[in-house]
Each structure stands twice: as structure tokens, then as C-alpha cells.
Design a protein around this ligand. Structure first.
Ligand SMILES: [Fe+2]
Length: 479
């Protein structure tokens, strides 16, 4: 299609869309219409990740196709003063796999990673949805080239690019790719000042047992439900253990979806992620610290902040008792560098208050240390995974549970610890509640949760990801 014809067709679509919809932007549920002008992709060969004709790892594509609602193609018209480029996102991904919109240093940044086969630098195009013309980027689109490094998996390369200058309360569209092929349009929504609306998932851990195909299908359904229920949320946090064995074909089943590409996503380093070297290749680690690095891997703790909320990720593994103090130094330095954040959140795979019997030994072992450190540095909330069961602690103060049935506290002195259940339903552990737990749940169903920060409030809501019944909620108010 020539550029002139494409513009004419785009104009007709735009006129129709304005008449019918009166809307602009690239929502998560929209299907692109036009095609990008990139070169023909090279032959990928069988067995490539994300190759729909390949045997494995599939499942995601078929399941997503089954669950995704059918949408009419939409073209939208940008404001009259926005000049369009000739760069248009295609309607399907080519030579782009496992796009993760990783958390950046703060709310103005995001670190995009993806796999492709081109050994040359790739590119990210980013623009405000309001300035897009359907799937065509304005000439003012931000263009960022990626760095590329071998994925050490077949012939794939890891692309990484940092997007900057993101504004608050804005919907953005982006696409990634290279001369070998481009992604379809992705989008995300930044938070308002002081606000972070976050989807939280516990262990996904695909690649478990003989029924992994069922687990993959269930996870794809959960992702589709979640994305459709929380379209304007700003962030996705996963509490670690994305896969069981850290194999690439398990990662692709877990992360090759809109939950990872259409929300700024932070992923905690779990013990199963530590089984391989893939976690670093898929997920961002802004402000990475030398503290708590192990085995020469680029896996030290990292932090980011988002609209006044400071997140500190601790790559804590239970065998690393000798470097516990590293985590303390990391927290001390991070808070010293970010004294202005209203909320301080620790992200850590292991809980100091496990409700699963077989995990309680190491919870007991290091609890005193963690509680002392978190209280010393005035942490508000600690978010955990690993248990495949849900636990909300009482407010813990001076190492002691402040026992109460209240589901809202105002100006508490203590710290809240939340352990999120399985996000995919691939594995559940029975619970053995302790005296620290205000709420313990093993529903033998997958859970998806939300956390909503404002300048003065933290609100937790836990959903059964099958029925979407609310299983638990809790609120902290700071007056
Ligand atoms: Fe784990």
C-alpha cells in the first residue's frame, strides 16, 4: 500500500471513528488496522519462541485468541495540529517476543525489554495516545534505540531500551522492533500525582507438573480477565517465581502477554528464578545495587519510585544468611537517597510470616532480623510471595502482632506484611496459620490483587481470579 493510499484510507477510517466513537487513543482492547512499512522478516524456522506455527511453547497464542473479545478495527484521528509520521504499527507481532515494559527509575521512565533475532540495535516508538492517528505515530514520537546482547537461547537477542520523559495521568502507545519485524501496538497509562494503581500477582510458576498445558491456559484466561478489569491501572508487580525451572519456553508462557507489556512491571527475584540466568534478561532492575549480588550475576537489589511511593526489591534467598546485612545497607542508602517518598514498600519473595508449615523454619530463622531492619527504616508495607497461599499479617510493631479485626488503620506505628497466593493456580500449599496472621487463605483457586496508593492511603484488595469475588481487603490511612 502506498503512503498516499494509506493516508486516504486512514482519513476515511478516522472520519468514521470520530463520527461513531468520538474518541482518540489506543486502548488495550483495540485491534490495529493498518500495517507498518518494515522490511519482510527473515525466516524464523521451527521452534522459535512465539512462532505461532511452532509446536512449543504455544498455548498462549491459541488461548489468548479464544479468550480475547472480538473487536471492530478502529481508526482514530489525532488533534488537527499533530503531524503524522509514516510509522504505523502492524496488526501482529513479527520477530518480537516477550515484551516487558519494565519499571524505570521513577514514574517518568520505563525500561522496555524484548527478544528478537536482529543483532543490530532495535527501536522503541512511544507517543501519547491522544496524538496517535489510529496506529500511526506522530512525528513527535519518542524514538529510542535499544542495546542488544545475546539471549543465549537459539539465535535470539535481548533488546533493552529506556523510555524517558513520561508525563503523569497519560495514556501512551508504543511499539518495538527492528528491520526484522515490529510489534503490534502496546499501550499503558501513567498515574496521577501521588497515585499508583497496581495489579499484584503472586507466583505464576508455569512449568510445574504434568498438567502445565492446563496451567498455561488458565494463566492466559486470568491475564485476559485481569487486563480487561483493570485497563487504566499503572503498574504490575509480580512477587517472583515466574517459572519453575527458569526455562525460556516456560518464561514465554508466563510473560508473553499484555499484563507484562501494557503495565509498567516490576518483578521480584524468586528462588525458582534463581535457577537460571533468564530473569535478568527479561526484567528491569533500575538503580541496581552492588549489595546482595551473588555468584557474579547481575542480580543485586534494586529500587524505583513511582509518584511518591518508594519500592525496594530485595533479592533475598534463604541460603544467603551471611549477606543479610547487605539488605540493611541497601535500604539505608536507598532511603537516604529518597527521603521525600511518602510510602516505603519492600518487595521480597520470602515472607517473614509464612503460613505454610514447610516454610516456617526459615521464616522463624530470620524474622527477628527483618523486623528489626524494617522497623528501623520505617517501612510501611512488605509484599511477599513464595507461599502459594495468602497471608495478611496483623500490623506488626516491636516484633509483636497488634491483634485487631479492623480492616482499616489510621496512622499506624507498625508494618503490614502481605503474602500473595498463586496467580496461575499451578501449585497450592496448605496453610498452617501463625499468631501473626490476621487473615490466611488457601482457596485452591488463583488470586489476583490490587494495591492502590494515594498520598494518604494504601488500599489492598484480593480477588479470587476465577470468580472475581473479593477475598480480603485492608486499608492504611495516613492523616
Ligand atoms: Fe518461591
Amino acid at each position: 500500500m502506498t503512503k498516499k493510499l494509506r493516508i486516504q484510507r486512514g482519513f476515511l477510517f478516522a472520519l468514521l471513528a470520530v463520527l461513531v466513537l468520538g474518541l482518540a487513543g489506543c486502548g488495550k482492547d483495540e485491534q490495529p488496522d493498518d500495517v507498518f512499512i518494515a522490511d519482510e522478516p527473515e525466516d524464523m524456522g521451527e521452534g522459535d519462541i512465539g512462532d505461532e506455527s511452532a509446536e512449543a511453547p504455544s498455548g498462549e497464542t491459541e488461548a489468548a485468541a479464544e479468550t480475547a473479545p472480538a473487536e471492530e478495527p478502529q481508526e482514530t484521528q489525532p488533534p488537527a495540529n499533530v503531524e503524522m509520521s509514516s510509522v504505523t504499527a502492524p496488526d501482529a507481532d513479527t520477530d518480537v517476543y516477550e515484551i516487558v515494559l519494565g519499571v524505570g527509575s521513577d514514574e517518568t521512565q520505563a525500561i522496555v525489554k524484548w527478544y528478537g533475532t536482529n543483532t543490530e540495535a532495535g527501536t522503541v516508538y512511544v507517543a501519547k495516545a491522544a496524538e496517535m492517528g489510529g496506529n500511526t505515530f506522530p512525528v513527535t514520537a519518542q524514538i529510542v534505540n535499544s542495546t542488544v546482547s545475546p539471549a543465549d537461547y537459539q539465535s535470539y537477542m535481548v533488546n533493552a531500551a529506556t523510555v524517558t520523559g513520561l508525563e503523569r495521568d497519560t495514556e501512551y502507545c508504543y511499539m518495538v522492533g527492528s528491520a526484522n519485524g515490529w510489534s503490534s501496538l502496546r499501550s499503558f497509562h501513567t498515574g496521577k500525582e501521588g497515585q499508583a494503581d497496581i495489579i499484584v500477582t503472586g507466583d505464576i510458576q508455569l512449568g510445574t507438573g504434568d498438567n502445565d498445558g492446563e496451567n498455561v491456559a488458565a494463566w492466559n484466561r486470568i491475564v485476559a480477565d485481569t487486563v480487561s478489569r483493570f485497563p487504566d491501572y499503572n503498574m504490575h508487580l509480580n512477587m517472583g517465581d515466574v517459572t519453575t525451572m527458569a526455562f525460556e519456553d516456560h518464561y514465554v508462557n508466563s510473560i508473553n502477554n499484555r499484563l507484562f507489556s501494557d503495565y509498567v512491571t516490576g518483578v521480584v527475584y524468586g528462588n525458582h528464578d534463581a535457577a537460571g540466568d533468564l530473569w535478568n534478561k527479561h526484567f528491569s532492575q533500575p538503580n541496581q545495587s552492588d549489595f546482595a549480588q551473588r555468584d557474579g550475576k547481575a542480580n543485586g537489589n534494586f529500587w524505583f519510585k513511582y509518584n511518591g511511593v518508594l519500592f525496594m526489591e530485595l533479592n533475598y534467598q534463604i541460603e544467603d544468611i551471611d549477606i543479610l546485612v547487605d539488605h540493611k545497607y541497601f535500604i539505608e542508602q536507598t532511603i537516604a537517597a529518597n527521603p521525600d517518598c511518602k510510602w516505603r514498600v519492600v518487595l521480597m519473595h520470602y515472607s517473614p510470616f509464612s503460613s505454610v508449615a514447610k516454610y516456617q523454619d526459615y521464616s522463624d530463622q530470620n524474622r527477628e532480623y527483618w523486623l528489626q531492619v524494617f522497623e528501623e527504616y520505617d517501612i510501611d508495607v512488605v509484599l511477599n510471595g513464595h507461599d502459594h497461599a495468602y497471608t495478611r499479617s496483623y500490623m506488626i510493631q516491636g516484633g509483636q502482632p497488634q491483634k485487631s479485626d479492623a480492616t482499616s488503620v489510621t496512622n499506624p506505628e507498625g508494618i503490614l506484611y502481605v503474602t500473595f497466593g498463586s496467580a496461575s493456580g499451578s501449585q497450592y500449599h496448605d496453610v498452617n496459620p501463625t499468631g501473626y496472621a490476621a487473615k490466611t487463605l488457601q482457596t485452591y483457586t488463583p488470586h489476583v490483587s490490587t494495591v492502590n496508593f494515594t498520598q494518604n492511603s494504601f488500599k489492598l484488595t484480593v480477588y479470587d481470579a476465577n470468580s472475581w469475588e473479593v477475598l480480603d481487603s485492608f486499608e492504611i490511612i495516613k492523616e
